[in-house]
Design a protein around this ligand. Structure first.
Ligand SMILES: [Zn+2]
Length: 307
């Protein structure tokens, strides 16, 4: 009985040792000083094989098993590295990666940082100075009595000019921001002035014959004397019948009544004479001598009507 019992124990021992031996064989075979490893090779089409090899360098294991990598395939660990404790070689095709490995993620992260840096480098700044128009304003003055009005432009408007300095930001040569730094007025705008006035009445339109009114304004002022060259006569009598007097008598168009006082260059004269050429905006000043009249010549002066 004891013998039988002992036998069954020894069998069990043999089986146990065998199992342990098979397990060891499955992982590695030790033959002399050479160590063999089971290495799993995973192909890019997800096919797997397990090879028994004494090599540890990836390139040598692949070569030993006649595995050639195509140009778009990569291998982890890389061909010049030793296999790791996982005893696995993974072949992947570009753009068709079945699994993401930490190493690749890091590379991608680097790429992302490079991309971000590149985006920043596409932003450029520039300081520019440009001329811009300053629009004029329109000012309206109402001088009418409130009804039957018409608008009259007293002064035309004109845009001004300013010089503006901006900081302009571009991204890929496209403007994305513009900040005004300074502004300088080169030319001020001129306001347009519009006067609202009562329409011209029919009474004043009756003056449309072209006869000027006896009003103050700019006149062509000449001079004359009593000589025949100036008057065609030498008696010195004026059209009003009065004797012409220097520094006093002027000839003026018939729109100026005789006796009208005019101020020219601060001196007051009286309208006492007429003249064939003295029409429109013309005044002729009587002087004592022909040389004085010649010396006066032709002048354009402001003439003010007194009263
Ligand atoms: Zn004369």
């Amino acid at each position: 009985m004891n013998k039988v019992k002992n036998t069954s124990i020894s069998y069990r021992k043999i089986i146990a040792i065998s199992v342990v031996f098979i397990l060891i064989l499955g992982i590695s075979v030790i033959a002399g000083n050479v160590k063999f490893n089971n290495v799993k090779i995973k192909f890019s089409n997800n096919h797997e094989i397990t090879v028994l090899t004494s090599k540890t360098k990836v390139s040598e294991i692949l070569e030993e098993n006649h595995i050639m990598l195509s140009s778009d395939e990569t291998v982890i660990p890389s061909t010049d590295e030793e296999i790791t404790d996982t005893n696995t070689i993974v072949i992947t095709k570009e753009g068709n990666e079945p699994t993401k490995i930490a190493q690749i993620s890091e590379e991608e992260l680097d790429n992302d940082i490079e991309e971000i840096a590149e985006n920043y480098s596409n932003i450029t700044e520039e300081i520019i100075t440009v001329e811009e128009e300053i629009p004029f304003e329109t000012i309206t003055k109402d001088v009418s009595n409130g009804k039957d009005t018409t608008n009259r432009v007293i002064q035309d408007g004109k845009n001004g000019i300013k010089e503006v300095t901006y900081k302009v930001k571009y991204k890929d040569d496209v403007e994305i921001e513009r900040i005004e730094l300074s502004s300088k007025v080169i030319e001020k705008p001129i306001n347009k002035i519009v006067q609202i006035q009562t329409k011209v009445t029919s009474r004043s339109s009756s003056r449309r014959s072209g006869v000027t009114t006896a009003s103050s304004g700019r006149y062509k002022v000449t001079a004359y004397c009593s000589c025949s060259r100036c008057c065609g006569k030498t008696n010195g009598l004026t059209a009003s019948g009065r004797r012409a007097t220097a520094n006093h008598t002027v000839a003026a168009p018939s729109t100026f009544a005789f006796g009208t006082q005019l101020v020219i260059n601060g001196k007051t004269y009286t309208v006492e004479d007429r003249g064939g050429a003295i029409q429109g905006n013309r005044i002729d000043i009587y002087m004592n001598s022909h040389s004085q009249a010649l010396a006066w010549g032709v002048r354009y002066l402001d003439v003010e009507v007194v009263n």
